[in-house]
Design a protein around this ligand. Structure first.
Ligand SMILES: *Cc1c(COP(=O)(O)O)cnc(C)c1O
Ligand code: SF4
Length: 528
């Protein structure tokens, strides 16, 4: 027996058995991440909750009922600054409430922590600014019944509650959100449904609030079923931040319920890569397995994510979790958000840093929600009518023209202290226009283009920065350490035997066009 076990055939058989017994685990799947103890990975827990048993910590009801909101409770988790103490003790402030899970993600000693800035108020929050409005999107004016905003021809926003799992300092709807006296009840839900039954042009309903996923599960299901009983409603979407603040809420019961009412889509709201934890990865995985496509809406916030490299890291973490970036919102002109506002140019710079630099799937549409209520306007040339040093003029799809007032002050993102800027993913020779915007240089010299009418020169230009093709983090292609790839001479063989060396094929100003039998990609790609 002993001797035969060394037999190679035997070893192969045993390996096969081992393979079938232990299913292969995909190490790249964020939802499968394991911790040092070999069990599903967990994010950090603040010391004051160290003794809470896992069953309680993982119970969304426990998380909701143990949220922190007073200055003493927050001070037990974070070392507060004077500005934060002023914010937390201010009268009349927008509601504070933070789940223990979300509060634990904050670095207790870093006053600039991006999660902290989203949920801990500052005294500065109370400062007013010009163009500030209570209801900057004129939602109340577009509501035929309380809580139902019918702004677009074929879709509505249905506010089903004013409650959230935690509260964001920049909330667009701070005029009603968080206020239990302004909550919507079953009678209002019924009035909203009744309006929808009588309005057949509505084919898409966006459930929001507040946050619909904070409703009692039975109540949420009653609303969704009420919508599904209306034949002209094609899709239902839920806009929610619960999977960010309280991923524990995404349990089997919720996913099974949602799957009964398809097609259901969901838009989440992540603003920073630090929010994407192993708990979030498992919640997103559960939802997508239940057939719910996931999108993400972020808000561009000074001091949180006003950085090309943070945004790139965020969208990469999102697509890795099968969450498709949907919108990047310019911060609304709402009370309390003054210190979060960035110029529109910041958003354009971020978009410049995404398109081409990363997968198309990872790129959101940058929008301004029109002040005065014109809906979401993409910040693109055909919608951007004019731009001064303090105003942006835009038009919506109907021709409605509005303005967005730029913030009077903006403290630019500090690259020297930003870990994402310090460890940016290198893109040799590919920074392009982003390099100009970021101030790396003032112009791009069209070197290599001097003789663009000569095919050979075009080829030489394409290869002139070989570092572009060096494997990331390796340094050089196999065995060629430090030695760049050879630069081809103009008119060398590699041009496919087109022009004879040194002989121009096209006259100056003439456009090189593909000739019969030539692939068109080359001419196109090189010229644009
Ligand atoms: C955002 C929003 C919608 C949905 O807009 P999409 O661009 O389709 O995502 C619908 N109604 C209102 C009032 C909204 O604010
Ligand atoms: S989750 Fe949404 S509705 Fe709730 S406070 Fe944050 S931004 Fe406002």
């Amino acid at each position: 027996m002993e001797a035969s076990s060394a037999n190679p055939t035997d070893i192969a058989t045993r390996t096969e058995v081992a393979l079938t017994e232990q299913p292969w685990v995909n190490p790249r799947d964020p939802a499968k991440a394991v911790g040092p103890d070999g069990r599903p990975a967990r994010s950090r827990r603040a010391p004051i909750w160290a003794d809470v048993p896992d069953e309680q910590w993982d119970d969304w009801r426990w998380q909701l009922s143990h949220r922190i909101n007073t200055v003493d409770e927050v001070a037990a988790v974070l070392n507060l600054t004077d500005d934060e103490r002023a914010g937390l003790t201010a009268e009349d402030k927008f509601r504070v409430d933070i789940t223990p899970y979300f509060a634990s993600l904050i670095d207790p000693d870093d006053p600039n922590d991006p999660i902290r800035r989203q949920v801990i108020p500052l005294g500065r929050e109370a400062e007013a600014f010009t163009a500030m409005m209570e209801d900057s999107l004129a939602e109340d004016r577009h509501s035929p019944v309380p809580g139902l905003v019918h702004r677009y021809p074929d879709r509505v926003l249905m506010l089903v509650t004013t409650q959230c799992a935690s509260y964001c300092r920049y909330c667009t709807r701070s005029r009603i959100v968080g206020d239990p006296r302004q909550n919507f009840n079953s009678r209002e839900h019924e009035a909203q449904l009744e309006y929808l039954r009588r309005t057949p042009q509505v084919r898409d309903v966006l459930i929001s609030g507040g946050d619909g996923l904070t409703l009692a599960p039975k109540l949420l299901e009653r609303i969704i079923r009420g919508l599904r009983e209306i034949p002209h409603i094609e899709i239902i979407r839920i806009g929610t931040r619960v999977p960010v603040f309280l991923p524990q809420r995404v349990d089997d019961e919720l996913c099974e319920m949602l799957a009964r009412y398809h097609p259901i889509w969901m838009n989440l709201h992540f603003n920073h890569p630090n929010e994407i934890t192993p708990e979030v990865a498992r919640a997103a995985d559960k939802l997508t397995r239940a057939g719910v496509p996931l999108g993400n809406q972020s808000v561009l916030l000074a001091g949180v994510n006003d950085c090309v490299h943070i945004q790139r890291a965020l969208v990469h973490r999102l697509v890795e979790n099968r969450i498709r970036p949907y919108y990047l919102y310019q911060c609304d002109l709402v009370e309390g958000s003054g210190h979060f506002r960035t110029p529109v140019g910041k958003g354009l710079e971020i978009m410049e840093g995404l398109r081409g630099h990363t997968s198309g799937y990872a790129i959101p549409t940058y929008v301004i929600d029109a002040p005065g209520g014109g809906g979401k306007i993409p910040v693109m040339p055909n919608y951007l009518i004019s731009y001064s040093d303090h105003k942006v003029v835009l038009r919506n799809y109907e021709g409605y023209i509005t303005t967005y007032e730029e913030p009077p002050t903006y403290t630019p993102h500090d690259k020297s202290t930003c870990a994402y800027c310090q460890h940016e993913r290198p893109e040799p020779g590919q920074s392009g226009v982003l390099g100009l915007l970021e101030g790396e240089r003032m112009w791009i010299e069209p070197s290599g283009f001097e003789e663009t009418h000569r095919r050979g020169a075009i080829e030489a230009h394409r290869l002139q920065d070989p570092s572009k093709w060096v494997p990331f983090g390796v340094g050089a292609i196999e065995g060629r350490a430090g030695k760049p790839l050879p630069v081809l001479e103009a008119g060398a063989e590699a041009n496919g035997g087109g022009a004879a060396p040194g002989k121009a094929e096209y006259g100056p100003g003439e456009e090189p066009r593909p000739r019969e039998g030539e692939p068109t990609g080359t001419a196109h790609g090189e010229l644009l």
